[in-house]
Design a protein around this ligand. Sequence first.
Ligand SMILES: O=C(O)CCC(=O)C(=O)O
Length: 315
Amino acid sequence: MKINRNINNVTAINIKDFNENYLKPQKPLLIKGLANHYPAGKKWTIDYLKEYCGDVNVEIFDNSIKNNSASAFTTGDLEMKFSDYINIIAKDETSDLRIFLFNMFKRKPGLRKDFPCPYLFKGILGKMGYMFFGSKNINVRIHQDIDMSNVLLTQFHGRKRVVLISPEYSDLLYRLPFNTYSLIDLDNPDYNKYPGLHYVEADEYILEAGDALYMPSGYWHYITYLDGGFGVSYRKLAQSFKMKLIGALSLIVYMPFDKLMNLLWGNKWLAKKEQIAEIRANKAIIKKMIESIYVNDPHKKEEKTYFNSQLHPNH
Ligand SMILES: O=C(O)CCC(=O)C(=O)O
């Protein structure tokens, strides 16, 4: 797998440039210091959140229980007072506990005034702000967001490593059918078990407090909290009809079907999904091998161009 660490970023961008150069072509973008243009950028310290939200009961995901399992990660494993959880982050301790997709704005509407939907992401999903908390070294397994929306992930405390991979690599990442995640471990890729990974290209971003990352719809993301910290995501509907449709089907049809099959078949269902993922990956590998023959052999390349021009004479 090739990981590109030479990432462009901007410190400011207007809506027109963002729409033309990133949203329309579906290209990721790191925007340094975006949060500092909002009151939350300064106000949302760990101490402030503990004081303001400490009494809220939060759902906690425990990575030691569900990582690499058949679960779609939609319900938490335990509940605790936010003040107890945030102490782990305050001390920057390692733990298996994280908070995922938490709608704190619903429980504490005052927070939204500090960080309303950023100007780049205004739209009908602009009210959907979710918070994510994680302790030092914890990972969020590789996944696509189930609704296939565009996502703007803004970091407020601590550093976070985000590996982004375009949805064009879904088959080579062994995406499980009826799901938007994969069982591969990006930190220790097993090329024997998953040879498709040889063909995958990824971008690595390091988000510092204040930075925001634009993740186009369907982009795979794998996240590591380099420090204990937290961030907020806002969403914008997918650009293309195809992505909107996949998002709607995933939410309304695939996820409930997958849950039912997990219940009925358990590990047998997971094994079936892994088998289908492998077949799809093998097909994608063959396609890549054929493509590489054309790229490496100039005569074959000319042949391909000639055949394409015969097939599509107007292009
Ligand atoms: O930052 C995190 O903990 C997870 C973010 C994420 O997976 C998302 O925004 O979809």
